[in-house]
Ligand binder design. Structure first.
Ligand code: ADP
Ligand code: BMX
Ligand code: CA
Ligand code: MG
Ligand code: ZN
Length: 344
């Protein structure tokens, strides 16, 4: 952890006034820029104090460090310009990213292969130099938990866990006594890599049998492609143009149309997630589990059923809810800014 940061990046200078703010304008809404870097998407948003997303920009997350940093730069510049016309005063930048993050330094320590060239990356320095704003950085799951605490089902809840599903990931973040747990090397709550079998499918972290390798978007896409290869995926009324476009949503659709193979895959995924959640309950004993991300609804009842069948009786009282937030990781990234800048 004390190793020097490997990558440095300097954005080209921009004229001061292109990012300056009219601080005295009474009618401006205090806001933050939120950035979310996932295994698939790169998102930037202008988020108000109340958690309203005023504008959102989405691009595929580039595969190289240089392209990624350049795209972040241009998306932020666009957002800063639009913020002026939306009458939003940007107080700072919050970044949510996959990988282990040292939030004190604003550095991404390491990542699985879901995000390439994303090890020992100083995000704070280049962004704050470019935008002349304070910058906060944390893991995307941690950010999702912060969003639930500020805007969602976690409001006022002392101990809860958020489990979010994105591209290839299934992870959870823990709020204990109202605060995030980061752990000794910022690796706490990487619950996507809780192992649920001794010899399961390969995971993008390099191990096997992680819950992420069963229940993430990428895992379901892998299974959907496998079924499609065997001509077992598509049901009456379904079509895909080419194999590359087959993804988790086709699996869900096929299952809904009565495809028993697809149902089986989703059932296994639900059980894998149930195992992981029960392990979490027996470790931190939260009162609430919030499921979020694209597949949350599909997992709610399998997880609840698994808890009923397998959790210790005093852990069974836990509430399981599906998040009602739009883009929790983005909102949580913004909440770091809004909480810190208004606390001072
Ligand atoms: P990330 O943060 O990892 O970039 P997102 O949260 O943006 O990911 O979600 C994108 C992932 O979710 C992709 O892997 C995509 O295939 C999957 N996905 C998108 N829509 C659906 C859907 N309706 N059902 C299931 N999976 C979906
Ligand atoms: C992976 C891991 C986590 C991340 C999670 C969610 C990396 C790059 N990612 O488990 O740190 O929180 O994916 O990512 O190490 P998403 O892509 O689904 O948003
Ligand atoms: Ca992400
Ligand atoms: Mg994500
Ligand atoms: Zn793993």
């Amino acid at each position: 952890l004390s190793e020097p940061v490997q990558k440095t990046f300097s954005f080209p200078p921009v004229p001061e006034d292109s990012v300056s703010q009219d601080i005295d304008h009474i009618l401006e809404t205090q806001s933050a820029l939120g950035i979310d870097l996932g295994g698939t998407n790169l998102r930037v948003a202008i988020v108000t104090m109340k958690g309203k997303i005023m504008r959102k920009y989405t691009q595929p997350n580039p595969k190289t460090y240089e392209e990624r940093m350049e795209l972040i730069l241009s998306m932020c510049k666009q957002a800063m310009t639009d913020a002026v016309s939306l009458n939003c005063r940007i107080l700072g930048v919050g970044v949510s990213t996959g990988g282990r993050v040292n939030p004190k330094d604003g550095v991404v320590l390491d990542s699985t292969k879901l995000i390439n060239e994303w090890n020992r990356i100083d995000l704070r320095s280049p962004l704050s130099q470019l935008l002349h704003l304070p910058v906060w950085v944390d893991n995307d799951g941690n950010c999702a938990a912060l969003a639930e605490r500020k805007f969602g089902h976690g409001k006022g809840v002392e101990n809860f866990v958020t489990v979010i599903t994105g591209t290839g990931n299934r992870k959870a973040w823990i709020i204990q006594h109202g605060e995030l747990i980061h752990g000794s090397t910022f690796c706490a709550a990487e619950l996507g890599h809780i192992m649920v079998s001794l010899d399961g499918p390969e995971c993008s972290c390099g191990s096997r049998g992680c819950v992420e390798a069963y229940a993430s978007g990428l895992a379901l896409q892998r299974e959907a492609k496998r079924l499609h290869d065997e001509d077992l995926l598509l049901m009456e009324g379904m079509s895909v143009n080419n194999k590359e476009q087959v993804n988790a949503s086709h699996l869900v659709q096929a299952a809904r149309l009565g495809n028993s193979k697809a149902e089986g895959v989703l059932q296994t995924a639900g059980v894998a997630l149930g195992v992981a959640v029960v392990n979490i309950l027996h470790t931190v004993n939260p009162s609430l589990v919030v499921l979020s991300g694209v597949l949350a609804q599909h997992y709610e009842s399998p997880v609840r059923n698994f808890i009923t069948q397998h959790a210790l009786s005093s852990a069974r009282e836990v509430k399981v809810m599906t998040s009602d937030l739009d883009s929790p990781a983005l909102l949580g990234a913004a909440s770091m800014v809004l909480d810190y800048t208004t606390r001072r």
